[in-house]
Design a protein around this ligand. Sequence first.
Ligand code: ZN
Length: 175
Amino acid sequence: MALREIRTLPDPVLRKKAKKVAMVSPETRRLIDDMVETMRAAPGVGLAATQVGIGHRVIVVEYSDEPDQDPPEGSPPLPTVLYTLINPEITRASREKVTGIEACLSVPGFAGEVERNREVVVKGFNAKGSPVRIHAKGWLARIFQHEIDHINGVLFVDRAAKVWEVGSEEAKDNV
Ligand code: ZN
């Protein structure tokens, strides 16, 4: 495994629509391993292949599921789950939208207010090439929408109602 360089604006690779992966090769698996390591080192909660300069439809997300209700006070934090998705697609999205504040490893120093679907169903393939279907809510749903935007060459600043500069210490949950 190796860390890869995270591309930042105005790198043109961030604006290209990524190509579908036709076959999960050893090279794809190496890319996924490197993306997971790069995401964790950043640190971030999601990363798209385009962010490391590779025009393939691959994303990784590591986050805890949104609980249906607030856990009682003093409960341990929910465990995080690592999702690896090849050729991900949003197949369903709730009509209900929510506004949240996003930041992006490829747009360092900025945050923005972005409206997203509250829930989405994402389909794709895992690193073994098996089909995967995820029903994501809340922040997890937001992260998937942000990452799938990346492989379509779209950045959160394109969708944000407002964008502002932040100190690096304020940035959290980068994707
Ligand atoms: Zn991002």
